[in-house]
Design a binder for this molecule. Structure first.
Ligand SMILES: C[S@@+](CC[C@H](N)C(=O)[O-])C[C@H]1O[C@@H](n2cnc3c(N)ncnc32)[C@H](O)[C@@H]1O
Length: 316
């Protein structure tokens, strides 16, 4: 399904199915991006409310324009790791549903100025919010060979991490790594025995982007706040694009769907807390064959969903 902006919201039918939209409910799209999923939610609301959030100010501006016909919708610029604060400022205590569609939007990927593109030449920036933090070029200058090796392994599953880190760090420290093309060339030069463009170009870009934006910590912190923000019966749907993200979602869901035990130092149980979530997707949901064919970017998408359980003794 193409949206009005020509982008394709990934797993949108499945996300809407699990969110099970209540037209009078309050919803948060934590990763509004191009506004595709947000619009699908907004058009299902009557007296409800949609908070469309993104950490990228350019995305928020686009989404604000796109959602202008929907008075129920409001776009705000925030990292979802700060969700609790954002909801408190808006006077919202609990919500009926939350969506996360992690990673990069096609607008970010396709815009050479942003420095995410593997093909188009641009400054090596890679920040989702270019008003904060440091660019990828500056981040690389601060790294050692060992720290970059760890990043490449942890966030990109890069096997020849040592060879690549050696070349990349030598060039970054010499001030010769300032564009996307220079990073791509450094990876290719580190693997001269590979014919054609090595797949490591993609995984090195991914790993550096995840580190520069501290994406996995944001997801860990954000998920805790999202679970807290759900009303009883409220739904959380998370679409992730690589194994590191999916593992964090799986663990957060698994831990919140079990009885929590607080222990005394000697190991005796001090207190138990009932499960807070019911997992709705025992296995992650993948895009259909049709969606994969129509949208290559959907290929690695995985959706997990869960429902908030009522507090013991609280409202049902
Ligand atoms: C895959 S896109 C979302 C596309 C969107 N669902 C649509 O239908 O157009 C991911 C978006 O999430 C944003 N994002 C990533 N991490 C974020 C975070 N921690 N907080 C807020 N936004 C984030 C990115 O800036 C990007 O715009």
């Amino acid at each position: 399904m193409h949206d009005a902006a020509g982008h394709v919201p990934v797993l949108s039918a499945e996300a809407l199915h699990y969110l099970n939209i209540d037209p009078a409910g309050t919803y948060v799209d934590c990763t509004a991006g191009g506004g595709g999923h947000s619009e699908l939610i907004a058009e299902r609301l009557t007296t409800g409310r949609l908070i469309a959030l993104d950490r990228d100010p350019e995305a928020v501006e686009r989404v604000r324009q796109r959602l202008a016909p929907y008075p129920a919708a409001q776009a705000i610029c925030r990292n979802y790791a700060e969700l609790a604060g954002a909801l408190a400022e808006l006077g919202i205590k609990t919500v009926e549903g939350i969506l996360v569609d992690a990673g990069l939007s096609s607008c970010q990927l396709d815009d050479a100025r942003r420095g995410f593109s593997l093909q188009a030449e641009g400054p090596l920036d890679m920040r989702m919010d270019a008003t904060r933090g440091v660019s990828a070029a500056a981040w690389l200058r601060e790294q050692t060979r060992e720290s970059l090796m760890q990043t490449l392994r942890a966030y990109g599953d890069v096997r020849p991490a040592r060879r690549i880190a050696e070349t990349v760090i030598a060039r970054a420290h010499a001030g010769r790594l300032n564009t996307t093309g220079e990073l791509r060339q450094a990876v290719c030069d580190a693997l001269p025995f590979v014919h054609g463009e090595p797949d490591e170009v993609r995984t090195v870009f991914q790993a550096i982007r995840i580190a520069v934006n501290d994406e996995l910590n944001a997801l860990r912190t954000g998920l805790t706040q999202m679970i807290d923000a759900l009303a009883p019966g409220g739904r959380l749907a998370v679409i992730s694009f690589h194994s590191g993200e999916d593992r964090i979602v799986k663990q957060a869901f698994r831990s919140a769907s079990r009885v929590q035990r607080e222990l005394f130092p000697d190991g005796r149980v001090a207190q138990t807390h009932p499960p807070r979530l019911r997992v709705l997707t025992p296995r992650p949901v993948s895009p259909s064959e049709t969606e994969r064919r129509a949208n290559p970017r959907a290929h690695s998408a995985r959706l997990r969903a869960a429902e908030r359980l009522p507090e013991e003794g609280g409202p049902q």
